[in-house]
Design a binder for this molecule. Structure first.
Ligand SMILES: CCCCCCCC/C=C\CCCCCCCC(=O)N[C@@H](CC(C)C)C(=O)O
Ligand SMILES: [Zn+2]
Ligand SMILES: [Zn+2]
Length: 531
């Protein structure tokens, strides 16, 4: 064989080699790499899951004495005496907010003297506490609550709304008791307690207390979020803010405590409807006045609610999770929403609270018109506040309103709007959700934890860019007759439920640490430092 043909043979061999590598070798290597990454991820998740499961083995034993429970209740009652009211975006009780800062400083001395906790006042009235953990390099998390409260009408209360009264040694009464000073003080109590026990958390976390949640959060939580970014924090493991309380006897088919954890929240669309007319003498009025036209339009909106979307959004997961815990009849319904959602919606829409899960809600919140007894009104205005179901867009809601009003004389202006929040993960591979679920079960042992759409709004909107894991939950129990106390009269929390709230926040801090704790289960202390 000649040299030339030998070279040709080698050249041909190399060509085949390259072809083999291009067609099989590289894809095979890439495939193997992907499999390796997938397996590593699965192993990581498995390990994390095991460490989450270990949390359950860690028995929660209540060891604190009655006097400490009472002192905590009294500290909350003291905070309820401070009227940190938000009336409107330009009208807040700012002195009271400063008084509340001072109150926290005086009543939580260990937090305020700990070398690993930094307190910052953000935008004059909000508070940001950084609790520096002992372990570096792990994603921090954020516990949020708000310092402000909604206004009151004292004449309709049975106790002074800012009296901070403890009634029958059972209930702590006052505006803010559940919304949301039990959140602020509950978190503070848990941290104070940990320090008292000589503990320092492993993981860094933030306590972010906005001062204007009740009027948008723009000056409070928005500024807190900006401050975090300025400090180089742009990712958080999870955010836990106010949300649904646990309920009992609200969901048909079970008498267990139901803990609905907000994995999303409804959007909002606030619309101003207006009609202009010609003013004139009321002794010879036109057949239709601006007020009459507008009243008919809003009446049509009330008579024709937005369409039922039950089962089309994350609420289908709520019922799927509930199904395993309810009686046979309801299990059949909840497991087969594709068939029964119509029937369920018809039942649920009769009750305002459950109706909020069915659809975008429509509330006529303001109506103004007329200037004098004997003058035909020159104009009329109304405000419609929609809470938008996650399966609908704001544009679809407004288009539906236009169709229902069907009157070109009614002008619609969008005052504010926001789409529903994205759905946070809640599966078995979402460690923060699992941790939250187990923390709830440790404190409320019969609780069924289910994901749900939060029907109102929270400060979480300002933290959306930090994490996908945003959860809305208030660790206290509300009975059906208590629901009206939210923003209503005689707001209260029982001493026992407040004790559980503190316990819950303490569990969160301990359990969040356990997610990064590599100590084997057998060496874990089972009865240490519990509340
Ligand atoms: C199957 C259905 C069962 C439902 C059970 C749920 C029971 C929950 C009871 C009450 C929920 C009340 C929620 C209170 C929301 C508090 C937060 C708030 O007021 N946010 C404001 C923010 C706004 C930006 C001013 C709001 O108007 O949404
Ligand atoms: Zn609130
Ligand atoms: Zn509120």
């Amino acid at each position: 064989m000649g040299l030339a043909s030998k070279r040709k043979g080698r050249w041909r061999y190399r060509c085949w080699q390259k072809l083999f590598l291009a067609l099989i070798g590289f894809p095979l290597a890439a495939g193997l790499l992907l499999v390796f990454v997938a397996i590593s991820r699965a192993v990581f998740i498995q390990q994390q899951n095991q460490s989450v499961l270990r949390i359950l083995n860690n028995q929660v034993v209540d060891k604190i004495d009655e006097s400490q429970i009472t002192q905590r209740a009294e500290r909350l009652a003291g905070a309820l005496k401070i009227p940190s009211v938000s009336y409107a975006t330009d009208n807040q009780e700012k002195e009271a907010l400063l008084q509340l800062h001072q109150y926290l400083e005086t009543n939580f001395p260990l937090i305020h003297s700990a070398t690993f906790i930094k307190k910052e006042v953000i935008n004059a009235y909000s508070l940001l506490y950084t609790v520096e953990g002992t372990t570096k390099g792990k994603l921090p998390y954020l516990l949020a609550s708000h310092l402000d409260v909604v206004p009151v009408n004292p004449s309709t209360w049975e106790v002074p709304p800012f009296g901070g009264k403890i009634v029958n040694r059972t209930y702590i009464y006052g505006r803010g008791a559940i919304d949301d000073k039990a959140g602020v003080l509950g978190i503070m109590e848990a941290v104070e307690y940990a320090i008292q026990k000589g503990q320092r958390p492993q993981r860094t976390f933030f306590m972010a207390f906005g001062h204007d949640e009740e009027i948008s959060g723009k000056q409070g939580a928005q500024e807190l979020a900006k401050a975090l970014k300025v400090r180089g924090v742009d990712r958080l493991d999870f955010v836990l803010d106010e949300g649904f309380p646990l309920t009992k006897n609200v969901i048909p088919g079970t008498d267990k405590h139901i803990a609905m954890v907000g994995i999303s929240e409804k959007g909002t669309a606030t619309l101003e409807l207006s009609v202009s007319g010609n003013p004139g003498h009321s002794s010879f009025p036109p057949p239709e006045s601006a007020i009459g036209i507008l009243a008919a339009a809003v009446a049509r909106l009330e008579e024709n609610p937005q369409p039922s979307l039950l089962g089309k959004g994350p609420e289908s997961a709520t019922f799927k999770y509930l199904a395993a815990h309810v009686s046979f009849f309801y299990r059949l319904l909840y497991n087969n929403m594709w068939l029964f959602s119509g029937l369920m919606a018809r039942q649920m829409e009769h009750v305002p609270l459950t109706n909020a899960f069915v659809r975008t809600t429509t509330a006529i919140t303001l109506f103004h018109g007329g200037i004098k007894d004997n003058v035909v009104p020159p104009s009329a205005k109304a405000v419609i506040n929609h809470r938008v179901h996650p399966s609908q867009t704001v544009a679809e809601v407004i288009a539906y309103d236009r169709k229902i009003i069907s009157d070109p004389r009614v002008h619609i202006r969008v005052k504010t709007s926001r789409e529903a929040h994205p759905i946070s993960p809640f599966g078995t591979d979402c460690i923060p959700f699992q941790m939250l679920m187990m923390s709830i079960k440790q404190v409320f042992t019969d609780a069924v934890v289910v994901p749900a759409v939060f029907i109102a709004n929270t400060d979480t909107r300002w933290y959306l860019s930090f994490t996908a894991n945003l959860y809305r939950f208030l660790p206290t129990v509300i009975t059906p007759e208590d629901v009206g106390r939210y923003h209503g009269n005689n707001e209260r929390i029982s001493i026992q439920h407040y004790h559980e709230a503190v316990n819950f926040y303490y569990r969160i801090i301990k359990n969040a640490d356990m997610l990064i704790d590599q100590v084997p289960a057998s060496t874990m202390n089972n009865d240490d430092e519990e509340l």
